[in-house]
Design a protein around this ligand. Sequence first.
Ligand code: SIN
Length: 549
Amino acid sequence: MSGYGEEFQKLIEAVEASRPARVEMAKRGEAFPALTMTQREEWLGKYHPDYKDEGRRAVKVGPNEGQVFPEEVSELLESKSILSDLKIDLSKPDYETDLLVIGAGGAGTAAALAASDQGLKVLVSTKLRHGDSNTVMAEGGIQGADQEGDSPYFHYLDVIGGGHFTNDPALVGAMTNDAPIIIDWLERMGMMFDKFPDGRMKVRHGGGTSRKRMHSAGDMTGAEIMRVVRDEARNRTDTIDILEFSPAVELLTDDNGDVTGAVLYNLETKEYYVVRAKSVLISSGGFGRLHIQGFPTTNHYGATADGIIMAYRAGAALQDLDSTQYHPTGVVYPEQNVGLLITEKVRGLGAQLVNIDGEQFCFPLEPRDVESACVIRECLDIEKGIVTPTGRPGVWLDSPMIDILHGEGTVRKELPAKYIQFKRYGIDISKQPMLIYPTLHYQNGGIKIGADAATSVPGLFGAGEVAGGVHGRNRLMGNSLLDVLVFGRRAGLAAAEHAGKTKGDGKLTLGHVTEFEKSLKDAGIKKPTVGPIILPDYTPDHVKSRQWC
Ligand code: SIN
């Protein structure tokens, strides 16, 4: 019994009818034409959620005062501290360390390893468990120009073009040059990359890439990366301590405003802990769980913008935080999977997007923002989308093409997680297409950093999704797994250098919070929300207000 039901089965007939001609075209190496640069600009302006005026407003305080961000972000940037009404004794720290790492996904773990290589004592605090992060959920691959015919130079050009020339060139240079080193580092730690029987790496295209440089581990590349870096970190019990279920809720500064530690909150015991550190790294991920513009998300449960909020209060400047990535292919059916990621690898393997009439309507590997704009246009403007029983629009992602193009069993081998995820609901994606629509996937901007991951505040570093500038206003696939490792390692090294020059015995204060909250008052913000929020609140209002006896 198919999970699609009769009505969808009927609609799928149009996809099946057009498939043989589309497969023949693909076999001849012909593709649906990509948009021209002018069309790209026009379609982005008309259809991409980032280009809407609604749902955005200027932030009234802080280093980026006057800049327009999504409302959800501006509200949190103007929030007051969880600690405002509490008395925390800062004079006797519970922990003292060389480097405090806030957030234990790919970036934080890579930083801990790099700092530990330099002989530093590292304390890693994480909101949930070690590795619970967007890194572990990343599917399709990691870019690295380590194959014949490719070079960091081409990778650099692709990243800059994909970001519409808004990226920070120094950060892109750092990332693309370090990429082959990172792939080699992962392999030496035991990562199981997809390979040909003769040992060569299997590499593929992602959207907006001029060379095949996407390295993968099935459709669980992030999980495999996290496995090796986490194992390595957890083996280093002499230098790396990990505190789980202990999110940071505020940074601490000394009398000069340098960052010197943080306050952690233990989610289990509900106690606060004071940490003194010579260097502090924020690697706590992005803001997907704020559901910007009402979109569902692919993101990890803890992606609530905490790092940005704390860093902003301490005076760190932000960059491109008004730019959000909507992944073109999020699940819209079955309802239980709504918003979940369908990796770009599916299109990298040849699957095409088609509308209700079975027509292909865009080049499948446009840069992500453009591809998303194409899907939104097809559904909302052209009205050639499909509507699910709960009213969600979507188009077909014709995954059965993959087995036809590459041989029976390819879907199960290359996309095992996706195959199981749909099979659970009676849908065999090697035989039936998937219904998709864009889903909130990534925070393109973030804390402004340099190539050494240093922020504008002494003692504070930022790496991974929490930081901005690397990808400009649009990230290409496979560059976030790379970014977290490149800048995580760079942050670990730079934090070690900083720690070596710092006595780390200054007074611990919350002076920056007091000043920030004064600026809230001065700006006329009378009832600020409390932030960071730590976890998203999905309790419906009617449940919250219910009286239980
Ligand atoms: C994907 O597999 O499409 C997501 C990975 C990424 O965002 O780079």
